[in-house]
Design a protein around this ligand. Structure first.
Ligand code: CAA
Length: 258
């Protein structure tokens, strides 16, 4: 399918979604979000890992599109916010691991996009932040909630209330970014991580992801119950039989995801 503002490329079982509107530093307008939604719908069982990054040299995503938002009446702003939430929730709910390769500015909606991925790796030139209060609004695509869960309330409030941009090293220090790489090594690092993930059972990873995500919003006792149940259920899978058999036979497992 041909898109205008994004690209979805597949290299074997690794898909890479580029938000690709460099003239506006990949800012998320309605069309871009709709294209992302359409692209996410095409992610099937042939994809084992999704990498999300920015097209061009300068930005991951510089936020929601301020030019489009500036004149929005309240009702349309509600719809725009709902669209962003829907797309990011869809990304977050994918059963495969998702990696944000933050190759430049990740501000506002861009930082929120990265936060909806499982891992965030950043280039040394990345700058991250949530500058919305300087525009008279608040983060609107999940930032107040996902950032708080990622770095804790005080750090989240500091970033949201000041609106300041932080560099990749600081973002790593506060636990927002997992690793910082030289710009020209970022994508290779993300692909190497993807290769590692693809050695493991896709079914077990999908279940682990779901239990971690769902469990984070539950009381510990209830969350542990979800883990217990899911652990047991996996013994009805081909991947469990293959994984344990391969270990005992001292060979590499060959998983089917079933
Ligand atoms: N929306 C629309 N256009 C944007 C944009 C955005 N978020 N960010 C950058 N652009 C456009 C600029 O307007 C400019 O366009 P023109 O060439 O037509 O003038 C082009 O991209 C290049 O940007 P700059 O000239 O500003 O580049 P710079 O290197 O001087 O600065 C920057 C880079 C610091 C990222 C700066 O562009 C900037 O501050 N951008 C806005 C960041 C921001 O506030 N993001 C949050 C948006 S609100 C939000 O995201 C709400 C939400 O949670 C849903």
């Amino acid at each position: 399918m041909a898109y205008e503002n994004i690209r979805l490329e597949k290299d074997g079982a690794v898909a890479t979604l580029y938000v690709d509107r460099p003239k506006a530093l990949n800012a998320l307008n309605t069309k871009t979000l709709q294209e992302m939604e359409a692209a996410l719908h095409t992610i099937g069982t042939d994809v084992r890992v999704l990498i999300v990054t920015g097209g061009g040299e300068k930005a991951f995503v510089a936020g929601a599109d301020i030019a489009e938002m500036a004149a929005l009446p309240e009702a349309q702003a509600q719809e725009f916010g709902a669209l962003g939430h829907r797309v990011f929730a869809m990304l977050e709910a994918l059963p495969v691991p998702t990696i944000a390769a933050v190759n430049g500015f990740a501000l506002g909606g861009g930082c929120e996009l990265a936060l909806a991925c499982d891992f965030i790796y950043a280039s040394e030139k990345a700058k991250l932040g949530l500058p919305e209060v300087g525009l008279g609004v608040i983060p609107g695509f999940g930032g107040t909630q996902r950032l708080t869960r990622a770095v804790g309330r005080a750090r989240a409030k500091e970033l949201v209330f000041t609106g300041e941009r932080i560099d990749a090293a600081k973002a790593k220090e506060i636990g927002l970014v997992l690793e910082v790489l030289p710009a020209d090594a970022l994508m290779a690092h993300c692909r190497a991580v993807a290769e590692k993930l693809m050695k493991n059972s896709p079914l077990a990873i999908a279940k682990a992801k779901r239990v971690i995500e769902a469990g984070a919003d539950l009381e510990l006792k209830v969350a542990n119950e979800l883990e217990r149940k899911t652990f047991g259920e996996l013994f009805g899978s081909e991947d469990q039989r293959e994984g344990m058999k391969a270990f005992l036979e001292k060979r590499t497992a060959s998983f089917t995801g079933k």
